[in-house]
Write a protein that binds this ligand. Structure first.
Ligand code: UFG
Length: 341
């Protein structure tokens, strides 16, 4: 029988793509979401991709009693925990919203894992734990963590620490923190993708909304950074590659006979500047983008990209899609939700 994997935040951007890849790999995902930051219409769109609506439960991840009940009654074999807030700027304005939800949600899930240490656990962490790398811009998992620059960043930084501490006290638990670099793109069907609530903060949704005429103009934040073209450099990872990494993480944890807490970079290993991403979007989609240079955004890391050797040696995973695939799929998705031909 297919193993059931509980996917908290499974209706969200990365969660919904992971649900698809779990099914493709023979798992039976159960979505847990209360749709506060997602839209239940994703279920119908998932059904178009995978042939049926995935099992879904409306629940706040902080509701530990309910989680315990679900784990027991659904014979859950693994948990992937996405459900959390993720807007860096909002976290600075409203830190308690982030600490109460992201930390309490994680602790609630981990309490259930503590009671059921045979259930593998995968956590959505972020390259934000590295901060601005000193010297080399390519970071590996041994690169020192740095003091986060936002409450959001602290919730990931602290989240990893909480998992580590739980492991030290419960050596049977099998856990993995995946440090995402910059997820972009959408499923090739154009049926699921990123759906920002309000004005997008992230680069590619802002680009696609500008191309769709929803935003007037894209501002590139800063043009005289010490990088190849003066704009910031990130490691943009296609969301479907990222989703596949979660499946590999679950496969790996399930295969282990002993406990662990692994931290693994999930990126492409390649840096791309803001300007390069903008130009790739224009070229691949044959669209002219209205953009200009604006002031630097405070707190922006100048340049960072992943060393991905450990993901390959541990999980046998590496990214297979590139920036071109990502900008094409993101535009296909934006056009499909805006009814643009
Ligand atoms: N950018 C612009 N204009 C925009 C939006 C973004 O020029 O309108 C630039 C940013 O200045 C940055 C790059 O595009 O140089 C990427 O910005 P994003 O906001 O898309 O991504 P960040 O790298 O700032 O943040 C991402 C995730 C966070 C995570 C962080 C870790 O969104 O969740 O990586 O470094 F914490």
């Amino acid at each position: 029988m297919a193993k059931k994997v509980l996917v908290t935040g499974g209706a969200g951007y990365i969660g919904s793509h992971t649900v698809v890849e779990l099914i493709k790999s023979g798992y039976d995902p159960v979505i847990l979401d209360d749709y506060r930051n997602s839209d239940a219409s994703v279920l119908k769109r998932l059904a178009q991709i995978i042939g049926k609506e995935p099992e879904h439960i409306v629940c706040d991840v902080c509701d530990q009693q309910m989680l315990e009940h679900i784990i027991e009654t659904h014979s859950i074999s693994g948990v992937i925990h996405f459900a959390a807030y993720k807007a860096v700027g909002e976290s600075v304005e409203n830190p308690l919203k982030y600490y109460s939800n992201n930390i309490a949600g994680l602790v609630s899930v981990l309490n259930v894992i503590k009671q059921n240490p045979e259930i593998p656990f995968v956590f959505s962490s972020s390259c934000t734990v590295y901060g601005e790398p000193e010297g080399l811009k390519e970071v590996d998992e041994k690169t020192a963590k740095s003091i986060p620059t936002s409450p959001y960043g602290y919730t990931k930084w602290l989240g990893e620490q909480i998992i580590e501490d739980l492991f030290l006290a419960n050596k049977k638990a099998r856990m993995m923190s995946l440090r995402y670099f910059n997820p972009i793109g959408a499923h090739e069907s154009g049926l699921i993708g990123e759906l920002p609530v309000g004005k997008p903060n992230n680069l590619l949704p802002f680009i696609t909304q500008t191309a769709a005429g929803i935003q007037d103009k894209l501002f590139i934040f800063g043009q005289d950074y010490p990088t190849s073209d003066g704009t910031c450099v990130r490691d943009y990872i296609h969301v479907v590659d990222l989703a596949e990494a979660h499946v590999k993480a679950m496969d790996h944890l399930l295969s282990l006979q002993k406990g662990c807490h692994e931290t693994v970079n999930v990126g492409t290993g390649k840096g791309t500047s803001v300007l390069e991403l903008v130009r790739a979007f224009e070229k691949e989609n044959n669209v002219e983008l209205n953009y200009t240079f604006g002031p630097k955004r405070s707190g922006d890391v100048i340049e960072i990209y992943a060393n991905v050797d450990y993901a390959f040696s541990l999980l046998g995973w590496r990214s297979t899609r590139d920036i071109k695939d990502a900008v094409r799929s993101a535009w296909k998705w934006e056009k499909s939700i805006r009814n643009i031909k």
